[in-house]
Structures are given as structure tokens and as C-alpha cells.
Write a protein that binds this ligand. Structure first.
Ligand code: NAP
Length: 251
């Protein structure tokens, strides 16, 4: 991979940290973002924005751009781009690593209810009898809650939602990182009875879990989707070690 660049599939804090660490280690990188967020936090170095057009197009792009390795550092719930990366790197004969932060783990006092997807989260809210819910599962998938005209939702997301929303709601545009104090104030100000979250993992958005624990609130946690079997690391340091080994092998 002497002159070849490494592609980081990004959109996460880890992907930005990885771009910085590899740039510092003189490994040339290009970061790719989906373009979902209006004002994304940009990584250092070269950045491209927008979908590739599916796995075949990504495979061609890898060849055209002389990409020597790919690190998929996308969000744990971004399923399609990860599947695309697996197919495209196999097709192009380019090594692939998955960088995925660990999921969250409940502690003794937590009242977590695990569900498989957002429709199941909508069902769980009704079963648990909560009437005022903080919804932190992101802008995509909000349609799963649109039929609930009983519950009041505080919908927190980065950009304004563009799908049907439940009858009773307020939208709060925010992107974190969040603090325990801030989350407690939000819960108290809106008389929140339950929180819905994806198992995103990581420190930037975990304060809501500590806040729920402190207030004794139930949390509906959406499980991560299943993934294909790909070499995977949990930390940026491990991903840097892999990238520098791949780069030195190819030099
Ligand atoms: P997705 O369902 O896996 O991807 C949908 C399509 O968007 C992909 O097929 C691909 O288009 C394009 N795409 C996604 N990530 C891309 C990237 N890094 N670079 C270039 N194209 C990309 O993903 P998603 O759930 O919509 O998430 C989009 C982005 O937001 C991801 O990069 C992810 O890291 C970030 N993110 C997602 C979540 C979440 O909860 N899902 C949360 C925080 C951040 P083509 O097929 O045309 O190539």
C-alpha cells in the first residue's frame, strides 16, 4: 500500500479519531461520509461525501482511487454500508477491517428492556405503560412511533425529522455530547417516564443511561443488528496497528 490510500467509512467519533491518528502516523487516508447530516463534523484530511451507489460501484471506486485497505468505522446501526463494504472489498481484493465500539452494559439497578428493532420499541412503550417518553433513537426510523397517538414524545435528533411523527410530540434538535446534569434536567423538566435508545455504545451519549438509573426510569434499548463475519477491533489504537501493518506489508 505504498502510495495507496486507506478508505475510512465514517460518520462516527471513532472514524474522526482514526483519521487523525492515521494522519499523524503518515498513513494517507480518505474519509467517506454518507451526507445524512446537514452540518457534519468533518475529520482531518481528505473527505468525500455521499453514497457510492451500492457495492459494485464501491468496488469500482476502490480500484479507480487506488485504495489499498478499508476500515469500516460506521455506526453500529448502519447496516447497508457495512454490507456494501464486505462485498466491494471482496470483489476488489482489498483488505477490510471493522472498527466497532463496544455496546453498553446494564448495571445492577438498571431497568433496561432489550428489543430487536424500533417497531418492537414502540410496542414496549405501550406494554410498560409510559405516557411521556424521551426518544433518542435518531431521525431515521421515527415512523415506527407515528401510530401512537396516546404517548407524548420528546424526540431528540440532530436534524429535523422528515417522516410522519406521532400526534403528541416535541422535537428537540441537539447532537451532544451530553452530560449527566443536562440529561437529569431534561428528564425533570419534561416529566419523562421512559427513555428509548439504540445500543450505540460509546461515551458521548451514555449520560442518559446514568440519568435514567438516577431517576429509576425504564430504558428500552434496541439491540444492534446482526453483522457479517469480518475481522473486527474495538478501539482506534487497534485499528491504527492494523493499518500500519497493512501499509508496511504493501510497501
Ligand atoms: P446505512 O443504512 O448503512 O447506509 C445507507 C446508504 O448510505 C448506504 O447504502 C450508502 O449508499 C450510504 N452510506 C452510508 N454510510 C456511508 C459512508 N460512510 N460513506 C458513503 N456512503 C455511505 O447507513 P445509515 O444508518 O443511513 O447511516 C448513514 C451514516 O450515518 C453512516 O455513515 C453512519 O456511520 C452514520 N450514523 C448512523 C447512525 C445510525 O443510527 N444509523 C448514527 C450515527 C451516525 P450507497 O449504497 O449509495 O453507497
Amino acid at each position: 500500500m505504498s502510495a495507496a490510500r486507506l478508505l475510512i467509512l465514517g460518520g462516527t467519533a471513532e472514524a474522526r479519531a482514526l483519521a487523525q491518528a492515521l494522519t499523524d502516523a503518515d498513513v494517507p487516508v480518505v474519509s467517506s461520509l454518507a451526507g445524512r447530516v446537514a452540518r457534519p463534523r468533518l475529520p482531518v484530511g481528505e473527505v468525500r461525501i455521499g453514497g457510492f451507489g451500492g457495492p459494485g460501484a464501491l468496488a469500482r471506486w476502490l480500484g479507480d482511487q487506488d485504495i489499498g485497505a478499508v476500515i469500516d468505522a460506521t455506526h453500529p446501526f448502519a447496516e447497508r454500508i457495512s454490507a456494501s463494504a464486505v462485498a466491494a472489498t471482496a470483489d476488489a481484493g482489498v483488505p477490510l477491517l471493522r472498527l466497532e465500539r463496544p455496546g453498553w452494559e446494564a448495571s445492577g439497578e438498571d431497568r433496561w428492556h432489550w428489543v430487536d428493532d424500533l417497531p418492537a420499541a414502540a410496542t414496549a412503550i405501550r406494554e410498560l405503560g409510559a405516557r411521556r417518553v424521551l426518544l433518542t433513537s435518531g431521525r431515521q426510523g421515527l415512523a415506527a412511533f407515528a401510530q401512537d397517538d396516546v404517548t407524548w414524545f420528546l424526540i431528540r435528533c440532530v436534524d429535523p425529522p422528515d417522516v410522519a411523527l406521532p400526534a403528541r410530540h416535541e422535537v428537540l434538535l441537539d447532537r451532544g455530547p451530553y452530560t449527566l446534569e443536562g440529561e437529569l434536567a431534561l428528564i425533570d423538566a419534561h416529566d419523562i417516564q421512559l427513555i428509548v435508545t439504540k445500543d450505540s455504545g460509546g461515551p458521548l451519549t451514555e449520560a442518559k443511561l446514568a440519568a435514567a438509573r438516577a431517576r429509576g426510569l425504564p430504558v428500552v434499548v434496541v439491540r444492534r443488528p446482526p453483522r457479517q463475519d469480518v475481522p473486527t477491533v474495538r478501539t482506534v489504537d487497534e485499528a491504527v496497528a492494523w493499518a500500519t501493518t497493512v501499509a508496511s506489508r504493501a510497501a
